[in-house]
Design a protein around this ligand. Structure first.
Ligand code: NAD
Length: 278
């Protein structure tokens, strides 16, 4: 438990990850260090970044300047698509930008199926984990067939799969596969990235009213009540507190069913099977 009473989730290698963190995609350069320091001061102990976000250096300087012991902060970063041919070098560059000697979680950002390199990249991550410089390793945006291939060819099951999930895009089949294989699901875009009317839907507003919570708190709690890991992005101080104040209520079965009915299988990010951007 952190100062904010954020629960931990156990990963399949026995390591613990705080169920709630801060995501820093699109937190501007020049603003990230302050935002991460605010989050750590508020009691967040989990930061999700990526080389693609171009703010690893600011994340690292905030972690080092915070006064919070390194071992108490969970830091995730990711291997970008164009670096798939050079995973080890790219990982070392991420560590250098972060100014850290290890990360808690290192992810393959997208499977890039057209390039067919995911298994080789996964083998490199297995070596990185064996070296102790990434405590846990996992993947992001992997579909069932991509996970099956990694597991069949290496025997090493990713600790997490970080995928787009929110009430408009619930990914039930993929989530069930992950759960059956001991892969923790991290939901990116947990609030649909602010790109929909999700927070104005009557089902969300009714639950918010019933529990004296904001619509965003209802949606974030809907994720944690199903065991997912989330790291909603905000650079606004008051929202850092709002987004973390979600562990003191339970949605009823009827409210969960009402939110389940919102699934439109509608993604706002790229399609992982078709995204091959290099
Ligand atoms: P999100 O669903 O967290 O949405 C963020 C937006 O929601 C904010 O910009 C703001 O407009 C709004 N918001 C935040 N708190 C709110 C509140 N309390 N009330 C009302 N609105 C609020 O989307 P995201 O940032 O894309 O996803 C979260 C994190 O997931 C990212 O920062 C990043 O770390 C990660 N991510 C990963 C991938 C991937 O491919 N692996 C892709 C996108 C994001």
């Amino acid at each position: 438990m952190s100062a904010l009473a954020i629960p931990n989730i156990s990963l399949n290698n026995g390591r613990q990850i705080p169920q709630l963190g801060l995501g820093v995609y699109k937190v501007a350069q020049g603003e990230t260090e302050r935002t991460v320091l605010d989050a750590l001061e508020a009691g967040y102990r989990h930061i999700d970044t990526a080389s693609f976000y171009r703010n690893e250096a600011e994340v690292g300087s905030a972690v080092r300047a915070s006064g919070t012991p390194r071992d108490e902060i969970f830091v995730t970063t990711k291997l970008w698509n164009t670096d798939q041919p050079r995973p080890l070098e790219a990982f070392e560059e991420s560590l250098e930008r972060l100014g850290l000697d290890r990360v808690d979680l290192y992810l393959i950002h997208w499977p890039q199926p057209e390039h067919g390199q995911a298994v080789d990249v996964w083998r490199a991550l297995i070596d990185i984990a064996a070296s102790g410089r990434a405590t846990s390793i996992g993947v992001s945006n992997f579909e069932i067939e991509h996970l099956e291939q990694l597991i069949a060819e290496t025997g090493v099951v990713p600790a997490v799969n970080q995928i787009e999930v929110h009430p408009l895009h619930q990914r039930r089949e993929l989530s069930q596969f992950c759960s059956d294989h001991g892969i923790a699901v991290e939901a990116w875009g947990p609030l649909s990235q602010g790109k929909s009317d999700l927070l104005e839907r009557p089902e969300i507003l009714a639950a918010a009213e019933a529990h004296g919570k904001s619509p965003a708190q209802v949606v974030l709690h809907w994720h944690v009540q199903q065991g997912r890991i989330i790291f909603p992005k905000t650079s606004r101080r008051e929202r850092l507190f709002e987004n973390a104040d979600i562990f003191d209520f339970e949605l009823s079965d009827a409210e969960m069913t009402a939110i389940a009915s919102l699934d439109e299988q509608r993604n706002f990010g790229p399609d992982p099977r078709a995204f091959n951007d290099r």
